[in-house]
Ligand binder design. Structure first.
Ligand SMILES: [Zn+2]
Length: 328
């Protein structure tokens, strides 16, 4: 199933204006740009890629070549430079304390906001049991229990916040309503994972922000409520959208970032991949570089039944990013 061409055009056009709107609103309220160390030339909307929605996972899988929220090469370079700068900043802050103060294991507090149009299931009212199952999926995925590398992260549900507000439903990516929703609801510090659940615009399964040096009210992940375990999103209802989006929230790129060339996803143990995988194409090999495509990796676009692992390199990248951006 591919993304309908008319939808693709509409989305691409919509995001350009959305990005501009976000920049204008940022200027209007006087928010200090997170990446202030870098010059923000006009048109460099990638200066704060986490302020616009930095990633989106779509129901159709790999059909969208122009998915608006995949990063350009310039944007990944900007992010990598910012990560290095954040680490230097942290290093100065911790001078004399030594590397031993860097967290090695992390329990992430999670606040789940269930956005509902009304009290019906179709209106977003999913049971607590699905949310608890999603937390279990996160803990299994990030612990390596499903087959991948063990990461530093575990997740602890703090609160389920149910909000009935038809003007926030569905959650429209990049809209002023989304900004309003997050500004109103986001809780906790940089270490708190805010998950927003609901019906989503544009056939999206979810999207996420990457970490930034200054906490941004947009920080968090948005996930299609029916993608949670037991949901109705066929092929995408085992909770791996949640895992994928949290991967971005912890600074992971897609496995197909950058295609076959360059530094790809900035992780050395994920084989290069030319484009998103769709379905479960075992043996797919789209780059001449060694290794078949990492279609079983959580950061690809495969079916939930097909993806089950992070790599050691991804685990390391996430922990580094945690200590650079989100640790207290
Ligand atoms: Zn993604």
């Amino acid at each position: 199933m591919g993304l309908r061409p008319n939808l693709l055009t509409r989305r691409t056009a919509g995001v350009a204006s959305t990005t501009l709107a976000l920049l204008l609103s940022t200027a209007a309220v006087g928010v200090v740009p997170a990446a202030s160390a870098f010059s923000a030339a006009p048109g460099e909307v990638c200066v704060e890629p986490a302020d616009v929605h930095s990633d989106a996972r779509m129901k159709p899988g790999g059909g969208a070549k122009h998915e608006p929220n995949e990063l350009t090469l310039a944007e990944t370079r900007e992010r990598e430079a910012d990560l290095a700068a954040a680490l230097r900043e942290r290093g100065r802050f911790r001078a004399g304390a030594g590397a031993s103060t860097m967290a090695a294991t992390v329990t992430i507090p999670v606040v789940v906001h269930v956005i509902q149009e009304n009290s019906t299931r179709a209106g977003g009212n999913i049971p607590d049991s699905m949310i608890n199952s999603q937390i279990s999926v996160l803990n299994q995925s990030f612990s390596g229990a499903t087959g991948g590398a063990s990461t530093a992260f575990s997740f602890q549900l703090q609160k389920i916040n149910r909000v009935t507000n038809p003007s926030w439903y569905p959650i429209v990516q990049g809209s002023s309503a989304e900004r309003s929703m997050k500004t109103s609801l986001r809780t906790g510090g940089k270490n708190t994972l805010n998950i927003y659940l609901g019906e989503l615009s544009d056939s999206l399964l979810g999207w996420a922000t990457f970490p930034t040096r200054r906490l941004n009210s947009m920080d968090g992940v948005v996930v299609l409520s029916e993608s949670l375990p037991g949901g109705t999103a066929t092929n995408y209802n085992q909770g791996d959208t949640g895992t994928h989006e949290v991967g971005h929230w912890l600074n992971l790129y897609h496995t197909f970032q950058g295609g076959c060339s360059g530094s790809g996803d900035s992780v050395s143990d994920t084989a290069a991949e030319a484009s998103p995988a769709s379905g479960c194409p075992t043996g797919r090999d789209t780059c001449t570089a060694p290794g078949v495509d990492p279609i079983t990796n959580f950061m690809d676009y495969s079916y939930d039944s097909c993806m089950y692992q992070f790599t050691a390199g991804q685990a390391s990248r996430m922990l580094t990013a945690w200590n650079a951006y989100r640790a207290a």
